[in-house]
Design a binder for this molecule. Structure first.
Ligand SMILES: Nc1ncnc2c1ncn2[C@@H]1O[C@H](COP(=O)(O)OP(=O)(O)OP(=O)(O)O)[C@@H](O)[C@H]1O
Length: 364
């Protein structure tokens, strides 16, 4: 059969994106077609560079084409990506495609550690990533990125001063820790903390970003409200340990996002410190805080379970030395890369299926 653009597209329209459950052609994912005799070239534009199904989709395309055009067809597929968004080009962060809140109920469950490693993992896949440390009274991001003591520069744009974020490990960063001495106790009144977050959102030159993570303080606070009143949040990720007290608090955090007045989609639950494992004996698992609590929480609230991260000594050391665990080879790298793929996948699914998030109106 002679290969034409139409026959090629007809063939590829039998291939589905397994997550979005629609065919690649109607999703507009097939681009740049070039045909010469029995040689064809095209691009598959995925919804994220962290797509875990890259190889599956590529093989399904090859199979469909060989079925229709025989083994003699020569196919060159370039797998590329364009992160999706449901945001309008609003005056606030117009070039930021997705804003993701990282929240927990209880403090100390590893929310910041998770936010840091997710951000660096996605940057490693080639995505443009930013991270706001909204934990105003206990900023840990500068330490975890080994940029303590750095000060962002400021430039004038028109009559406005804009802050240039600090760039480290491919991630643009903003934290109150860059603006105050690291050993001083920052005691903020609620309104001051909220105004700092608003400034981090609107007065920082974030530029084009695929993913902007906001590392929230633990619990539910004024900061959470300020965030949802300032920007439309694509979705929230809840971090918890499997321990009963952490789960009880995580449920409260999760319910807050689901409240009709807030209405931020919950992308899923991450179980941190799921079990202890010595790195040299990764098959030995000790369930210090109980088993599968995060998974059960996700089931209870009918939200995706995004994955688990074990307690590993090197994760704590990586945080303290400012060299994120995902940048070291080994089991922690694998755990965080898989987690990042899982988060990126849920963002793509959310963007394909749910409508945009509205900013929460301030009611007096
Ligand atoms: N999977 C893990 N394995 C080992 N240590 C971890 C792991 N996750 C986090 N930690 C360590 O636990 C401590 C608390 O983590 P982190 O600061 O990320 O928690 P948090 O929930 O953001 O805390 P807070 O709510 O107080 O800001 C840190 O010392 C961190 O290095």
């Amino acid at each position: 059969m002679q290969i034409t653009k139409e026959s090629l597209l007809k063939s590829l329209s039998r291939v589905e994106d397994p997550d979005l459950k629609r065919d690649l052609v109607s999703l507009g994912m097939i681009q740049g077609i070039a045909i010469s005799g029995n040689k064809v070239q095209f691009k598959v534009v995925l919804t994220t560079p962290a797509c875990p199904l890259k190889e599956v989709i590529k093989n399904n395309c090859l199979e469909a084409l060989e079925e229709d055009f025989g083994k003699e067809i020569e196919v060159e597929i370039t797998m590329t990506s364009q992160v999706t968004t449901v945001r309008d080009a609003t005056p606030i962060l117009p070039q930021v495609k997705n804003i993701i809140a990282i929240a927990s109920g209880k403090g100390g469950v590893g929310k910041s550690t998770t936010a840091v490693n997710l951000a660096v993992s996605l940057a490693e896949t080639g995505a443009k990533v930013g991270l706001i440390d909204a934990d105003i009274s206990g900023p840990s991001i500068p330490t975890m990125f080994n940029v303590e003591g750095e000060q962002p520069s400021v430039k004038k744009v028109g009559d406005k001063n804009v802050i240039i974020p600090i760039m480290q490990y491919g991630v643009k960063l903003m934290s109150i820790g860059f603006l105050t001495p690291s050993d001083s106790a920052v005691v903020w009144r609620g309104p001051m903390a909220s105004s700092a977050l608003r400034q981090f959102i609107s007065d920082v030159e974030w530029g084009e970003l695929d993913y902007l993570f906001i590392d929230l303080p633990p619990g539910t606070s004024d900061i959470h409200l300020t965030m949802v009143q300032t920007v439309p949040v694509t979705g929230a990720v809840i971090v918890t340990t499997p321990q009963k007290v952490a789960l009880a608090d995580a449920s409260k955090g999760l319910s807050m996002f689901k409240q009709p007045q807030i209405n931020v989609p919950v992308l899923g639950v991450i179980e941190n410190m799921a079990y202890f494992t010595p790195e040299e004996l990764p098959d030995n698992k000790y369930y210090l805080f109980g088993k599968e609590g995060g998974r059960k929480l996700a089931e209870k609230y009918q939200v995706p379970f995004l994955g688990e991260v074990p307690i590993v000594q090197s994760i704590r050391e990586s945080g303290d030395t400012g060299f994120p665990a995902v940048l070291k080879n080994g089991l922690t790298k694998t755990a965080y890369m898989e987690l990042a793929e899982s988060v990126a996948r849920q963002i793509a699914i959310r963007n394909a299926s749910a409508k945009k998030t509205e900013i929460v109106e301030i009611k007096a």
